[in-house]
Design a protein around this ligand. Structure first.
Ligand code: KG4
Ligand code: ZN
Length: 492
């Protein structure tokens, strides 16, 4: 919906009071609004829908470098349309222009909807004022950083972002509007170049990224029917990943940012994988638990708010995808192993061979997969030495079941311990149908929902980097041009 934002005037107060009374337990009085409209150092805005009806309002008071949000409300029927976000974004933009660097606000401690809204907008609770409200209710104090002035056009949620991903063996670029609307997503896979080596060869990866990146970006712009001039910002994967691969995307993105003056956000690849869930289901909200399973990572992450990632446990040795790849290599099946083994597993018996489920009952959130890989190798060698034909589907299905059992058990445990209502599955291994099904079923018995991106958004792509990047850009979290790629960049 297109909103028109304008300065508040005294003539708006009747319409404002109707929304105010429907929104708050202790609504403001007419006199309070009248004083605010005339007050010094204030910015008050109203939002009108295309029919000219006032659907929301908000205001800040500016004290030095701080903007204090005095009030923000949206008519009930307009609440799901991003009106609140648009008003807040415009207030933030104007406040930043007026010199404010931070925004603060107080919110009733029991107002969960408002708390969730402001945390989604990048604000954090920094304190509590006991008995702040008339009824003795506590107020929580929230703080957010305001975007730097070079950030553009983020308030309306229509910013056009070009994202680039080169952390491993896919050169990818995507164009996205408003952090959600995907206009193009181009992925040039190098898989064929690595397949004959049974894994990614870092030197080949960076050379292939260099060869492909210009064409991939051009293709993403062409498919989106936009040019560099239409863009509002850039996003790039900064890490973790292969350093020689990451630097190609970083160097390209920094060069483009320098040449065009567009702001640039650096995205953590794992945060990108998690944001693939937001693309699939924009309504998901923290608190969340995410299981990130890819070729390089196996991590359980608790997300109390967007941008805050508490890693609960990781693999001590091989990542889940790496285990799939290594087992496929030993069986002579090719690379990448995940899709090949999961297809083979469909025809096998998952209980045929009792492979170990390491750390299944360790009580913590750490994983270990190298023992399982060795057990598969030993089994195959043993069978071959005994002159028996190895039943590949049974091996694949039994191996996969061992991986899935541990992932499911630990994820359910974490989701229950942290009391979340939604779990996100992310990373290349999230494309595995057996894992998706088993995890969804196990969580359902605890009343927890599983969010999974479509398989095409699970493996590496730039759409997820665009989504996470837009979120970072909105917080004004920009990369300087001297920022480096970081091979072991931590989440959070
Ligand atoms: O996220 P991703 O594309 O790249 C990294 O960030 O590592 O994940 C790639 C990994 C590979 O190890 C691949 O074998 C695995 O994801 N994978 C799968 C499946 N599809 C991809 N693993 C199991 N089952 C699948 N269907
Ligand atoms: Zn990945």
């Amino acid at each position: 919906m297109t909103l028109r934002m304008r300065e508040m005037s005294a003539a708006d107060i009747d319409a404002i009071l109707a929304i105010e009374h429907a929104s708050f337990v202790s609504p403001w009085s007419r006199g309070m609004f009248e004083r605010e409209v005339e007050g010094e150092n204030r910015i008050w805005l109203v939002a009108e829908n295309p029919a000219g009806v006032l659907v929301g309002y908000g205001g800040v008071m500016i004290i030095d470098d701080e903007a204090h949000l005095m009030n923000l409300a949206v008519a009930e029927e307009s609440r799901s349309g991003g009106t609140g976000r648009a008003i807040l974004g415009e207030l933030e933009r104007l406040a930043a222009t007026a010199g404010a660097q931070r925004i603060t606000l107080e919110v009733r401690a029991d107002n969960e909807l408002a708390l969730a809204f402001y945390s989604r907008e990048g604000m954090n609770v920094i304190g509590r004022r006991p008995g702040y409200y008339e009824e003795g209710q506590d107020a929580l104090i929230m703080l957010g950083e305001l975007p730097g002035r070079q950030q553009v056009a983020t308030s309306t949620g229509t910013e056009l972002v070009l994202a680039i991903e080169t952390s491993c063996d896919e050169t990818a670029a995507a164009v996205m509007r408003g952090g959600i609307e995907l206009l193009s997503s181009v992925i040039a896979s190098q898989v064929d170049f690595h397949a004959r080596f049974g894994g990614v060869v870092p030197e080949i990866a960076s050379r292939k990224h260099t060869e492909a990146i210009v064409a991939v970006v051009s293709e993403a712009l062409t498919q989106a029917q936009v040019g560099f001039r239409d863009l509002d910002a850039l996003a790039v994967t900064r890490g973790p990943g292969l350093i020689g691969a990451l630097v190609v995307g970083m160097a390209y993105a920094k060069g483009l940012s320098f040449a065009t003056g567009l702001p640039l956000a650096g995205v953590n690849h794992l945060e990108g994988h998690i944001f693939a869930n937001v693309l699939a289901d924009p309504a998901i909200e923290p608190p969340l638990v995410a299981l990130v399973v890819s070729g390089g990572h196996t991590s359980l992450v608790y997300i109390p708010r967007w941008g805050v990632y508490e890693t609960l446990g990781e693999t001590l040795d091989d990542a889940a995808g790496e285990a799939f790849d290594k087992v496929a290599k030993v069986l002579g099946l090719g690379y990448p192993g995940g899709p090949i083994l999961s297809r083979l597993a469909e025809e096998g018996d998952p209980s045929a061979i009792a492979f170990p489920r390491a750390m299944m009952r360790s009580g913590d959130y750490r994983f270990s997969l190298s023992g399982l890989k060795t057990a598969v190798i030993n089994h195959v060698r043993h069978e071959r030495e005994a002159g028996r034909i190895v039943d590949l589907p049974d091996v694949a299905a039994s191996f996969q079941a061992a991986v899935v059992d541990v992932q499911v058990a630990k994820t359910v445990q974490a989701a229950c311990e942290y009391g979340v209502r939604t779990v996100c599955l992310a990373g290349g291994v999230a494309a595995n149908p057996s894992l998706r099904q088993a995890l969804a079923e196990a969580l359902t018995t605890h009343g927890i929902t599983l969010s999974v991106p479509p398989a095409g958004l699970c493996t590496d792509n730039a759409a997820m980097i665009a989504a996470a990047g837009t979120w970072r850009l909105r917080r004004g979290d920009l990369l300087e041009l001297d920022a480096e790629a970081v091979a072991d960049l931590r989440l959070g």
